[in-house]
Design a protein around this ligand. Structure first.
Ligand code: GDP
Ligand code: IMO
Ligand code: MG
Length: 430
């Protein structure tokens, strides 16, 4: 004990990677439990920038054991590219553990993702094109390929052939693509086997033993609450459970062992890809926040859609995840603004909603009700205590905290590891 789950409160890119890195030297294990290389975490350490997609952010902290849990989908080419990239910069990746039950993303699922999006046209999701959705679909259809399958060539061949017997029909007859040869897929997957072997194990057992030995484990979500396949803005979501519940199914750590849930909440909102976004900005304020916040996708380079902070959403994230502590990031991106609107409720067809509307149609029609707070118009990037913040910035934090049903324990005032204000310990509840 203890187990801490760290999730995103909005549509991703809240600064989860930095938050994990901040806690890094207090942790023994960091487990990625969902998603794959659709994630993009930028972490800045001593002026050096690291962009991680598949590996848990904990890999950057010496001594932490990074774990890729069973709930993750792994593109093996990306895995080894990322490992090689970090090794060439002097980061030791040898501690990495990978669940034998995690699924791999075969190349045909990258093709399926891209052609399916093209086929959807105006109804597309705006996926990252990494094969995430088709690979989770295969998992649920029980035709997926797991890491452990790579260690038994005849099983692997049977599974690839079974998956392709259907997929090749779809690729050739519906999407007009060339059929994929099972031998090519098997050959590619087998080419990784020897490199993969030392990392693979029963990570659920290893984590259970670590917890019995008193180790500290952080489960780090990719994506975020509103991108969760069950609790997000379906169908404009990813295909995994990015909320706190996913930490249990995606790692094998039981719910009774989880102590704290930390949600990372950006001081404004961003979204990549399609889907409803009540507080979205299409004006100079959106452009300004995109520029000062460098809001361009880490994975696809797409400009992120930007909007004001939405407290209906933050309250929802608190409720769905059981958040004990919030990390409020990027407060410094407001430094130049005269005033800051914050969405406190929605109006849908003339009715006020303090909670997320249940229906997709109502959420599409939600009009934000704003309260406007004064800006502080000064550089807060050097603040290290709450008292260092100008009064109006303190007021902003307290205003938000009073409306999201959990305390704001950490405030981010810049991208670097030390640019934070720690008000409370997220690990101990003190
Ligand atoms: P993640 O996917 O949740 O890990 O977030 P990303 O890494 O995709 O996006 C967050 C971006 O904000 C990264 O470029 C971080 O370096 C940066 N960042 C995180 N916290 C802060 C903060 O408090 N202030 C500023 N200015 N940047 C931050
Ligand atoms: P991190 O971990 C922001 C979005 C995609 C798309 C939808 C489905 O960096 O916060 P997918 O490829 O997952 O099937 O795409 O989800 N998306 C993200 N948006 N941050 C992410 O990860 C995302 N991962 C997926 O843009 O709208
Ligand atoms: Mg990101």
């Amino acid at each position: 004990m203890p187990v801490i789950v760290l999730v995103g409160a909005q549509w991703g890119d809240e600064g989860k990677g930095k938050a994990t890195d901040l806690l890094g030297d207090r942790l023994d294990y960091v487990v990625k439990f969902n998603g794959g290389n659709n994630a993009g975490h930028t972490v800045v350490i001593k002026g050096e920038k690291y962009a991680l997609h598949l590996l848990p952010s904990g890999i950057l902290t010496p001594g932490v054991v990074p774990v890729i849990g069973n709930g993750v989908v792994i593109d093996l080419a990306v895995l080894f590219q990322e490992i090689d990239g970090l090794e060439s910069r002097g980061i030791d990746t040898s501690r990495l553990r990978i669940s034998a039950n995690a699924h791999v993303i075969p190349s045909y699922n990258r093709s399926m993702d891209k052609v399916a999006e093209r086929y959807l046209g105006a109804r597309r999701i705006g996926t990252t094109g990494r094969g995430i959705g088709p690979t989770y679909a295969d998992k649920m259809n029980r035709v997926g390929i797991r890491v452990q399958d790579l260690f038994d060539e005849s099983i692997l061949r049977q599974k690839v052939e079974a998956a392709l017997s259907f997929k090749n029909q779809v690729l050739s007859k519906i999407y007009n693509r060339q059929a994929v040869k099972p031998d090519d897929v098997v050959g590619e997957l087998l080419s990784y086997v020897e490199r993969l072997r030392p990392y693979v194990g029963d990570t659920a057992l290893e984590l259970s033993e670590a917890l019995d030995a008193g180790k500290v484990v952080l489960c780090e979500a990719g994506q975020a609450t509103l991108l969760d396949v069950d609790h997000g803005t379906y169908p404009f979501v990813t295909s995994s459970n990015a909320t706190a519940g996913g930490a249990c199914t995606g790692s094998g750590i039981p719910p009774t062992r989880i102590d704290r849930v930390v949600a990372v909440l950006k001081a404004f909102t961003s979204r990549v890809g399609e889907g409803p976004f009540p507080t979205e900005l299409h004006d100079k304020f959106g452009d300004h926040l995109r520029e000062v916040g460098h809001e361009y996708g880490t994975t696809t380079g797409r400009p992120r859609r930007i909007g004001w902070l939405d407290l209906v959403m933050a309250r929802y994230a608190q409720r769905i995840n059981g958040v004990t502590d919030f990390v409020l990031t990027k407060l410094d991106n407001y430094d130049d603004l005269d005033e800051i609107p914050v969405c406190v409720a929605y109006e849908v067809n003339g009715v006020r909603h303090d909670e997320m509307p249940i229906s997709q149609t109502d959420f599409h029609h939600a009009i934000p009700i704003f309260e406007t707070l004064p800006g502080w118009k000064e550089d807060i990037s050097g603040a290290r205590t709450f008292e260092d913040l100008p009064k109006d910035a303190q007021h902003f934090v307290e205003f938000v905290e009073a409306r999201i049903r959990a305390r704001i324990s950490v405030v981010g005032v810049g991208p670097a590891r030390d640019q934070v204000i720690e008000r409370h310990s997220v690990l101990s509840g003190a």
